[in-house]
Design a protein around this ligand. Sequence first.
Ligand SMILES: Cc1ncc(COP(=O)(O)O)c(C=O)c1O
Length: 461
Amino acid sequence: MTRTDLLPSAAARHLLLNMTPNGSLGRDGKKLFVVERGDGAYVVDADGRRHIDGLSGLYCCQLGYSYAPEFAEAAERQLRELCFSPLWSSSAHPTGIELAERLSRLAPVDVEHTFFSGGGAEAVETAWKIARKYHTLRGEPGRVKALSRRGAYHGLTLGALSFTDDPGLKEPYGPPAVETRFVSNTNRFGLAPEFADDATYTAHLLAELEAEILAEGPETIAMLIAEPVQNRGGCITPPDGYWPGLRALADRYGFLLVADEVITAFGRLGEWFGGDRYGARPDMVTVAKGITAGYAPMGATLVSTRITEVINQPGVVLNHGYTFAGHPLSAAIALRSLEIMERDRILESVRDLQDHLAKRMGSLTALPIVGDVRGAGFFYALELVGDLDDGGFSDTARAALVVDLIPRRLREAGLLARVYNRDAPLVQIAPPLISDRQLLDRIADIIADTLDEASRALPAH
Ligand SMILES: Cc1ncc(COP(=O)(O)O)c(C=O)c1O
């Protein structure tokens, strides 16, 4: 037996996977999918099979897997110079400073400062603490609540979990750390089909939000957190005017607006920051994942001058931190990734190809099992409709199609995509931003063939 053959059973014995029924992997770990290598937009599993990485790892690998020599060179140079030094207690290192400066040039207007962390959830918790600090320093310590949106995912650490709307993930861990109210997301298809045009839909959503703010007491709200395109629930795009409307409400009622761009930043939507597509003018932006294109772990919270003018008063301590925040290695990798993205015109390529992908994905609505197609840039989801009169799935159709046929056929055809078995099942893609037209076509073809077969297998009703 080779080492590779032994990996699944070693994992079953020793590794606790995230968000996984670890006990169902079996003693020999047979159900485990072991990814051994990557090249270009592909990954290769332990059996030597190549798969299109239709999810960029987990929305991380903007540049795919073939830039290793350049990143290795950047990493080696950094490690030889300085392997570690914290951004802590009036101490900093050049690479962290350079990255913060670089980010300020890409970030939305008024965003000049960055607080680094190790990943998305830490970036979100940082935003919360900075919001609290800001309000307290301004004499409003009673702003203790957050607003988030239904179905949203903002991370799993105990603080970030407060803003995540999923009872199954939260309830086992007791009351949330932050009192949070959830308002509608912008999924018109599933939840508000009666609003045909953007103007009335936006007005409706903002009126609901304003009513919630007034019911809670505006003086109790510290921040609202939202993704430019909400991942959970399936690439939910905002209607026109929604983000400017959020800005107006934040200004009227004095809370801070946080754009969670852990997925949508660094080109996923064809912009450095996805919110730029929708006229978002957030007070803070949280990022992670694509900041290093997956070549190292990193998170960051970008903070506007309006906030730093308050929290950077002489003598005020920002009493929050992580040992590995802005680790020199991750910072060097992030800088190199930003350089590569500019040099190789990655955003331009997404912009050139996004209409083509939109057209290919949009055409799938012709299939009976596809109810809605949503997304932007290189980030798309298909919401599936089933055999029941209300569009839902019977237990048998769900088991046969959503749990079995669709994921199996996608995998057999060599595509890693996400299939969510939720109330409204979804198929989602977020391919590496280096994908060319031919690869996007291949992805769309595989999904079309799979969902065509699933449509034909859908029981008549
Ligand atoms: C929008 C959003 N925010 C926060 C997080 C948490 O990031 P991490 O897993 O790096 O803690 C995620 C993770 O998927 C996310 O999608």
